[in-house]
Design a protein around this ligand. Structure first.
Ligand SMILES: Cc1cc2nc3c(=O)[nH]c(=O)nc-3n(C[C@H](O)[C@H](O)[C@H](O)COP(=O)(O)OP(=O)(O)OC[C@H]3O[C@@H](n4cnc5c(N)ncnc54)[C@H](O)[C@@H]3O)c2cc1C
Length: 264
């Protein structure tokens, strides 16, 4: 059980950051992950007064506050139109609607969980993470950074012409993914982001230009094979390393086929 002594609704990011430097204090998002932990928290730092619960769109980007819920991501029409529903597909399997109404973007991304659908899809969008202290960093770099006591402020998705598809495989509805694949094409480059390997999501770029001649049955199979051979997988309770490699092939081929309108 988690025991919290005091909940503090902070009035500024600086106040949140300063409080968060103490090991006995914790930022709280939806508390869905935190509440499963055991221990004592002196001050639970609540960001809900900081107006970080909106998705804002300009001509050039989406700005997604740390307190936006997974349900907001799922139902935001503009974000899903831009991402060809990849964001909706990434979050819609996570537990249930009531759960997604509480789980926050900040709690989902800051944790950098190996199983994270949320991290996987935002990496495929080449998003940026705004941290109060470290500033704006590409999310693929953030994914590799060690844990520290910074405050995640928002996620920024720059708008560029984008092709994108997200697929995951689960043993049963609402369970964690056995493997997740997000394919994207922007700035003239194709990439696969593979999550739940079960390590933190990793980018596999089309460095050999397998897809640069266009999507067809041959090229999609070849890139799927490349992803299968390149991705580092391991075994855990949900599946073996070899099964995950097989899934990487299948999900990559299916995602590319759906983007290219090819029979998978
Ligand atoms: C049963 C269960 C099943 C799940 N299944 C999936 C799944 O299939 N796919 C998936 O992707 N996810 C899954 N998740 C994870 C879930 O979607 C959330 O990511 C998770 O619950 C954390 O979100 P939260 O808002 O509740 O964060 P919290 O639990 O409140 O916080 C999580 C951590 O992030 C820190 N934190 C929160 N906000 C910030 C911030 N703004 N800045 C810095 N640090 C911050 C907290 O201090 C804490 O360490 C699952 C979780 C549970 C409990």
């Amino acid at each position: 059980m988690l025991t919290i002594k005091e909940i503090r609704k902070v009035q500024s990011l600086e106040e949140a950051y300063e409080l968060n430097q103490k090991k006995t204090n914790r930022i709280i998002g939806g508390m869905l992950w935190l509440k499963m932990q055991t221990g004592n928290v002196n001050i639970a730092i609540d960001l809900s007064n900081l107006k970080l619960d909106t998705i804002e769109e300009t001509d050039s980007e989406f700005s997604i506050g740390a307190m936006v819920t997974l349900r907001d991501l799922e139902t935001n029409a503009a974000l899903n139109e831009y991402t060809h529903n990849a964001v909706r597909e990434a979050v819609r399997h996570i537990v249930g609607v009531q759960f997604r109404n509480l789980a926050t973007v900040g709690g989902s991304i800051f944790g950098r969980y190996g199983f994270s659908d949320v991290l996987t899809v935002f990496m495929a969008l080449d998003a940026y993470v705004e941290l109060h202290h470290a500033g704006i960093v590409p999310i693929s770099e953030f994914a590799k950074m060690p844990y520290d006591n910074d405050v995640l402020v928002r996620i920024i998705v720059k708008k560029t012409p984008l092709a994108c598809a997200y697929l995951s495989h689960r043993q049963t509805k609402t369970d964690f993914p056995v493997l997740a694949v997000a394919i994207s094409h922007h700035h003239g480059k194709w990439q696969a982001v593979v999550g739940a390997t079960p390590h933190r999501a990793a980018v596999i770029a089309d460095e050999n230009n397998i897809l640069s001649g266009g999507l067809n049955t041959e090229s999609t199979k070849k890139f799927a094979q490349y992803v299968k051979e390149t991705v580092k997988t391991d075994s855990n309770i949900r599946g073996s390393a070899a099964y995950r490699k097989h899934l990487a092939y299948v999900l990559t081929k299916r995602a590319l086929s759906s983007i290219g309108g090819i029979d998978a």
